[in-house]
Design a protein around this ligand. Structure first.
Ligand SMILES: [Cu+2]
Length: 296
């Protein structure tokens, strides 16, 4: 009789374990980055979703989600927004100045991009072989998922790292995670409350303000060592520099989060060991958005 009870208890425990396994849950979306594509489902529910991002490539990668206006298809976005960036970067390589390149972008990119496309977050840059987790609240619609790191002077978007993903009207029942520390991003500050420690940390990133033009404020986590030159990292984060965003990065990137609209919060999880790190923003590192810290 005792054996039968034990058997039933084990059986019940297995069932409970399986029903709690979030890896089969639609609220957890696996994204695999390779050189050069994303492996991810075509559709996900709206509301809170956790993205488990694995970089199985040899290059640095990330993903950014752009919410497209209802009237714009993914193909139109790709042709009219992504492609001009390739042409503009070619012109920088050919010797045009940054001011000329910005002029070209404003001329080539349609007005609806500036008024109606919303950056809805994604993971910060992740070095080859590493994983990252980010939790975002998404509204229904068609999104472009993209990575614009460069390979030999060509954006990853041009090599295949752009695709559409549909967020359905039905919502997930996921709650946002509890954060161990908070980061607030504004022009041009990374404000932190609380601190990360050795082991697993969940960080809440609050978007308070963005520059009027150009990239929105985002935050990436880098691991520093004795030879890290922070000025080199700052230069690398500017895509308009010829060697900017060219893989491999001059430092190890451990994730973070891409920009979201003001008022939104993104959560990301990182596993840390003792050492020296920095929070750094792609948009405005050169304007002071770098915060170095030590994990003991
Ligand atoms: Cu990439």
């Amino acid at each position: 009789m005792k054996l039968v009870n034990q058997f039933i208890l084990t059986f019940v425990a297995i069932i409970i374990l399986y029903s709690c396994d979030t890896s089969t849950n639609e609220n957890v979306v696996n994204v695999i980055a390779r050189d050069f594509n994303f492996e991810v489902v075509d559709e996900i529910p709206s509301g809170w979703t956790t993205f488990q991002f694995k970089n199985l490539g040899h290059a640095d990668h990330f993903f950014l989600l752009n919410l497209l206006p209802d009237t714009i298809s993914f193909e139109t976005y790709h042709n009219e927004v992504t492609r001009p960036f390739d042409l503009v970067f070619d012109s920088l390589k050919a010797g045009k100045s940054k001011a000329e390149a910005i002029g070209m972008l404003i001329e080539m990119i349609p007005g609806w991009y500036f008024t109606s496309v919303k950056q809805m977050g994604g993971t910060g840059i992740i070095s080859a072989g590493k994983t990252s987790q980010v939790t975002l609240k998404l509204t229904p619609g068609t999104y472009a998922m993209e990575c614009y790191i460069k390979e030999q002077g060509v954006f990853h978007t041009a090599l295949g790292m752009i695709r559409s993903i549909t967020v359905r009207k039905e919502t997930s029942d996921l709650e946002p995670p509890k954060a161990d520390m908070d980061i607030t991003l504004s022009n041009y500050k990374i404000e932190t409350k609380g601190e990360v420690k050795t082991g697993k940390n969940t960080v809440a990133v609050h978007f308070k303000e963005h520059p009027e033009l150009g990239l929105g404020n985002d935050v990436h986590l880098i691991r520093m060592n004795d030879t890290t030159d922070i000025d080199e990292v700052i230069l690398w984060l500017d895509w308009m520099n010829i060697k900017g965003l060219e893989s491999p990065a001059p430092v190890v990137f451990l994730g973070g989060t891409q920009e979201m609209p003001v008022g939104y919060t993104s959560y990301f999880t990182v596993e840390l060991e003792p050492g020296n790190y920095a929070w750094i923003s792609e948009s405005s590192a050169a304007k002071g958005m770098v915060e170095m810290f030590t994990v003991k």
